[in-house]
Design a protein around this ligand. Structure first.
Ligand code: IYR
Length: 222
């Protein structure tokens, strides 16, 4: 006879959990593939099916979140008119940023990337995914660790897109209030990241940057 169920009444039923049986091989493979991800600023206009975007959002939505409240909304835009409005809104903020808001030091740090206020990728990329964070639930309930939760989901979206062979950019025009207006979102949804998704342009170039070696990013106590 099986043990009687001793799960407290407020606790959800628990199910068994089985991770991979070859962790080092999987980790090495993942590292090799993820190391090839780059922020892309020159997109092809080649279409990406909505079904593929939906799977990527499902993947992102598997992220851990405070009390499993999943305080995010992924608004996926392929409508060319809306993309143009978003581009106009973003470029207006970026012009302010490059002309006035950014400090000299910030502009110096950005110079190697070659960025400016011109954002043609917002028209070219077949999809713009605007991630909103929810400051409360759809039913008004409390949410927890919002930035951590949405940040993790965003990272998982970037990783999933890359694994699926798609290019992304984590674009951060600031402030992003224009996105609430253009996309007609309720007040409790706050723009978090604007992510163009698609294929890189054939002639796409990326800055020749490096990642820090492990000894600069990791400290071990054993
Ligand atoms: N949002 C601006 C500026 C910018 C800021 C950072 I920090 C970057 O890593 C890259 C760009 C832009 O997108 O041009």
């Amino acid at each position: 006879m099986s043990d009687p169920d001793t799960t407290p009444p407020t606790m959800k039923k628990h199910t068994p959990y089985r991770p991979t049986d070859d962790p080092l091989t999987v980790a090495r493979d993942l590292n090799r593939i993820l190391a090839q991800r780059r922020s892309i600023r020159h997109f092809s206009t080649k279409p990406v099916p909505q079904e593929l975007i939906e799977e990527l959002v499902r993947a992102a939505g598997t992220a851990p979140s405070g009390a499993n409240k999943q305080p995010w909304r992924f608004v996926a835009v392929s409508d060319p008119a809306l993309k143009s409005q978003i581009r106009a809104g973003a470029e207006a903020e970026e012009r302010e940023f490059y002309a006035h808001r950014a400090s000299k030091r910030w502009l110096d740090d950005l110079a190697p990337l070659g960025t400016d206020s011109d954002k043609p990728f917002l028209d070219d990329a077949p999809w713009l995914i605007v991630i909103f964070k929810l400051v409360h639930d759809d039913d008004g309930g409390q949410v927890y660790y919002i930035d951590e939760s949405v940040g993790i989901a965003a990272g998982m979206f970037l990783a999933a897109s890359h694994l699926a062979g798609l290019a992304t950019l984590t674009h951060t025009p600031s402030p992003m209030k224009f996105l609430c207006e253009i996309l007609n979102r309720p007040k409790y949804e706050r723009p978090f990241l604007l992510i163009p998704v698609g294929y890189p342009a054939d002639d796409c170039m990326v800055p020749d940057i490096t990642r820090k070696p492990l000894n600069e990013v990791m400290v071990v106590h054993r």
